[in-house]
Ligand binder design. Structure first.
Ligand SMILES: *[C@@H]1O[C@H](CO)[C@@H](O)[C@H](O)[C@H]1NC(C)=O
Ligand SMILES: *[C@@H]1O[C@H](CO)[C@@H](O)[C@H](O)[C@H]1NC(C)=O
Ligand SMILES: *[C@@H]1O[C@H](CO)[C@@H](O)[C@H](O)[C@H]1NC(C)=O
Ligand SMILES: *[C@@H]1O[C@H](CO)[C@@H](O)[C@H](O)[C@H]1NC(C)=O
Length: 367
């Protein structure tokens, strides 16, 4: 009897573990080769190196990548999640970089109504703040849109159902070593780490360059009730990116996600795939280089003309008064040189005999 009860208890105990592990979603992509469990649309593609490329350098593109399985959360549990990803925004040389990318939480993977450019593939003109939008995005925005109340062209924002961010800050990180904020250039093309943590109605966003640990202070910390935004608690997580006339390559290098903060798997930052950097088609010359090149050209020209006139004046033959009457009776220095079998001018000066015997010869005395 007691044995039977124990068995029932044991079975229900294991059943509970199974249930709770079902509710917990946890995954890590150190490479995107194989594309398991990923939904890709638009320009999104996985490169042979294992990089996830959202957009390439074409105009007006959109891309979405989602983890295919929804993160179902039971109504009894508080909604929470943690994610850590490494991305790179690489502009095309000589072209304005844009528009940016975002980490997205949505009850649907269908973004066919969304628009590219400043809507980042998430929003559209009419989808402006309507609670029926049901979307949360953490944007890395590289274009300054005053009508979305953007603060600059290099910012991070938290968007709830609207491209008008509820929380916004210039891209930077708190350096624990220096004890101050350090700015980050989103369009440097270098890999960037981003962390998004949600727990107890607080959404924190942190970022840092790859060589830096997660900062102790988040860049953005926003009070948000996700249960309000997503009443049906069946959510997809992923990324969106878009270009316009401004274009950037948007890459995800690696991605870790968990619905429980404690079990978020670490990313091995030392083993990230290489980010390709596009070569400029027509080399962009810096103004300094152009000035230097011009200076060198002028210097070269001056030297050449200087040498020409120097040589000309050195070997110039002076016409003397008597010659004008009787016509020139002169030998060129060259023919004299040949005739004397290589005696130099100095030899002439030294050898008086020669000088006297050739009265007709005139030459310019050395100065
Ligand atoms: C904007 O998106 C919503 C769906 O989210 C759609 O119903 C609406 O038609 C779209 N508007 C435009 C102008 O595309
Ligand atoms: C968010 O940041 C605040 C301030 O640093 C911290 O107290 C809180 O625990 C953080 N929450 C999450 C979910 O990371
Ligand atoms: C650093 O950045 C954070 C987030 O943008 C801001 O709240 C804080 O005031 C900044 N600190 C300093 C010292 O500038
Ligand atoms: C968050 O929103 C849900 C649904 O609207 C509500 O039941 C809950 O009390 C809210 N939580 C807080 C802390 O406001």
């Amino acid at each position: 009897m007691t044995c039977g009860l124990f068995q029932i208890l044991m079975i229900s105990f294991f059943h509970l573990i199974e249930l709770s592990s079902q509710q917990e979603t946890r995954f890590v992509y150190e490479t995107f080769r194989g594309q398991e469990n990923l939904y890709l649309d638009g320009s999104a593609t996985v490169l042979p190196s294992g990089l996830l490329q959202l957009t390439n350098a074409l105009h007006h593109q959109m891309a979405h990548v989602f983890y295919k399985e929804s993160i179902g959360l039971s109504s009894s549990r508080q909604l929470s999640f943690s994610t850590h990803f490494v991305c790179a925004l690489v502009p095309q040389p000589g072209v304005e970089g844009g528009h940016g990318m975002a980490f997205v939480v949505s009850p649907s993977m269908d973004f066919s109504h969304a628009e590219s450019t400043r809507y980042l593939g998430i929003f559209n003109v009419s989808k402006n703040g309507s609670p029926s939008s049901h979307v949360l995005a953490v944007e890395l925005d590289t274009i300054w849109n005053p009508d979305f109340e953007d603060i600059d062209h290099n910012h991070v924002g938290i968007d709830v159902n609207s491209p008008l961010s509820v929380g916004i800050a210039s891209a930077s990180y708190y350096s624990d070593i220096k004890g101050k904020n350090e700015s980050i250039n989103l369009l440097s093309g270098n890999p960037l780490q981003v962390w998004v943590d949600y727990e107890g109605n607080m959404l924190n966003v942190s970022m840092a360059p790859c060589e830096v640990q997660k900062p102790s202070r988040p860049l953005l910390s926003q009070h948000i009730n996700l249960s309000d935004i997503f009443p049906n608690r069946r959510l997809f997580v992923g990324f969106s990116a878009a270009t316009g006339t401004a274009i950037s390559y948007h890459y995800i290098l690696s991605w870790s996600f968990s619905t429980s903060r404690g079990s978020l798997q670490r990313l091995d930052i030392s083993r990230l795939p290489e980010v390709p950097h596009p070569r400029s088609e027509h080399k962009n010359l810096s103004p300094l280089f152009i000035v230097l090149l011009g200076f060198l050209a002028i210097m070269g020209f001056c030297t050449l003309t200087g040498m020409y006139f120097f040589r000309r004046s050195k070997y110039a033959e002076v016409t003397e008064a008597w010659e004008e009457e009787f016509g020139a009776h002169r030998f060129s220095y060259k023919s004299l040189y040949k005739a004397t079998k290589g005696l130099t001018r100095m030899d002439f000066l030294e050898e008086e005999v020669l000088e006297k015997s050739t009265e007709e010869i005139s030459f310019q005395t050395e100065k």
